[in-house]
Design a protein around this ligand. Structure first.
Ligand code: ZN
Length: 495
């Protein structure tokens, strides 16, 4: 018997519409850009979707042959340029054409990619792949839980498999499930149907973890539904609220054999999801309220005010000023703020020299819409080249180059300026300047979750504050232009 040829491909980006940063070809090249057999070498043995495709297909090697196509991925960032998308798309389509005939295609996607002047790139790509391979050839995708699903994706194939965990630790399993469905189609003649429902709700991701809370409940419902005869797979999508597109919202896909059962299941799940919506909203204190709580404590070890909206690893510019301004205005003592991305101010400090006083306009330069610069008179304590080695445990001993750093004092507040955006995930960011963060009562840090690996043992309490910024928990502060209204909670709505 001639083996069936299954193509595998990967095109992955989570795009943030509210940052001025853009994503270009070099960002994909820096992360992953592979074609042909190098794909197998790179992903074999990894717990990724591609790793799942490969393992499943290799176990069936008597029946199927893997045809590696193209894999391109970049870390989450701003919108992808049209030129970059078109470059990758045309190369992928060319490779697919040249790989004919294909008997099936497995495609790992994110589902929240945004391209300049194009809000639904994954749907467009899928349609073009369908056109090339023709009808009757099974195509299956894997999708991130934070995908914003365009209903038209189901016109191209019913086979979509979303992650069921956050943090995402089931990419491999969903890759295997997608490969399994293609295999069943080809060898058991299984004809799948899918149903899609979107909900008019835009959910912040802070409370979407699947170990507890409302998303855990939804995933439990999904797993129970998968036990029903005629149901193959249920995907619950939280959506990605920082992508501003007409399809940015929560949704559900149910895949199965029996059309009526699929419809019944999705209707029930949609109702359950809508009823849980309030539980996704977590109220965080603003900068002033957070600082007030910190000042009311009688702490020995430091209390962290975590400026999550501007965490550089979540696409933050690292230079928003709300928390900084609040700490300066409150004249807090034994406090440290950092790292604030501000190469201009570092340059001014360098011109003035250590020990001098200098007038600075701190931060607020990259995204002034989230807070203007803070004008201060600062004392320059120390200047460095910004190079240090992490003490870990995360990325231990890894060299970090901040492209310059400065320790300044404004009123009683120690401030660390850095030459490129960087989350304060390691205390060496401060220690390399001679500052011991554990000597302080309050730390205002540009961080979200990773910093806890190093800081949890050093601090007494972490207060997440929601200041204005691109990754805010309060979606009503973002200037949406493309989303479909009405949508909860931005609009008052009862379905
Ligand atoms: Zn995700």
């Amino acid at each position: 018997m001639k083996r069936k040829r299954i193509g595998i491909a990967f095109f992955y980006h989570e795009s943030h519409s509210f940052t001025p940063m853009i994503t270009e070809l070099e960002h994909f090249r820096n992360e992953a850009y592979l074609t042909g057999e190098t794909i197998i070498a790179h992903y074999k043995g990894t717990k990724t979707e591609i790793g799942g495709f490969i393992d499943f297909l290799q176990e069936k090697s008597a029946e199927v042959e893997i045809v590696p196509l193209l894999c391109a991925a970049a870390v989450p960032s701003g919108v992808v340029t049209k030129e970059t998308y078109e470059h990758i798309e045309s190369e992928m389509l060319e490779i697919i054409k040249n790989s004919a005939p294909l008997d099936g295609v497995l495609l790992a996607l994110h589902g929240a990619m945004v391209v300049e002047q194009m809000s639904n790139p994954e749907e467009i790509l899928l349609g073009k792949i369908r056109q090339i391979v023709g009808v009757g050839i099974p195509i299956a995708t894997t999708l991130d839980m934070h995908a914003n699903i365009d209903a038209r994706m189901l016109n191209h194939t019913p086979l979509h498999f979303g992650f069921k965990t956050y943090p995402h630790i089931d990419m491999y399993e969903q890759g295997r499930a997608a490969a399994g469905a293609v295999h069943q189609y080809l060898f058991e003649n299984k004809k799948f149907k899918a149903s899609f429902e979107w909900l008019p709700m835009l959910l912040p991701s802070l409370n979407m973890r699947t170990e507890s809370g409302p998303m855990q409940k939804m995933i439990q419902f999904a797993l129970e539904a998968e036990q029903i005869e005629g149901i193959e797979n249920v995907s619950i999508f939280g959506g990605f609220p920082y992508a501003d597109t007409p399809t940015s919202r929560a949704s559900i896909i149910v895949v199965g054999i029996d059309e009526n059962t699929v419809k019944e299941v999705i209707q029930k799940l949609t109702k359950q999801y809508w009823e849980l919506k309030e539980e996704f909203i977590v109220d965080l204190p603003n900068a002033k309220e957070g600082l007030k709580v910190a000042l009311s404590r009688n702490n020995i070890k430091p209390i962290v005010l975590a400026d999550i909206s501007d965490n550089p690893l979540s696409c933050g510019s690292g230079d928003t000023t709300e928390l900084l301004r609040t700490m300066i205005d409150s004249d807090v003592e034994q406090a440290l703020f950092g790292g604030l991305f501000d190469p201009e101010s570092i340059e001014k400090c360098r011109e003035a020299g250590e020990g001098q006083l200098v007038s600075l306009d701190l931060g607020g330069k990259v995204t002034p819409e989230y807070g203007s610069p803070v004008s201060v008179l600062a004392k320059i304590v120390k200047l460095t080249d910004g190079v240090f080695y992490n003490s870990g445990p995360m990325n231990q001993y890894l060299k970090v180059d901040l492209k310059g750093a400065a320790h300044i004092i404004v009123n009683n507040l120690d401030i660390v300026l850095i030459g490129r955006p960087m989350s304060a995930n390691d205390p060496e960011m401060f220690r390399h300047l001679g500052i011991e963060p554990t000597d302080k009562k309050i730390l205002g840090l540009k961080v979200k979750n990773h910093f806890r690996a190093a800081f949890d043992p050093l601090v007494e309490e972490i207060i997440y504050v929601d200041a204005p910024g691109v990754s805010t928990n309060n979606l009503s502060t973002l200037q949406y232009r493309q989303i479909t209204h009405p949508i909860w909670p931005l609009d008052n709505l009862n379905k």
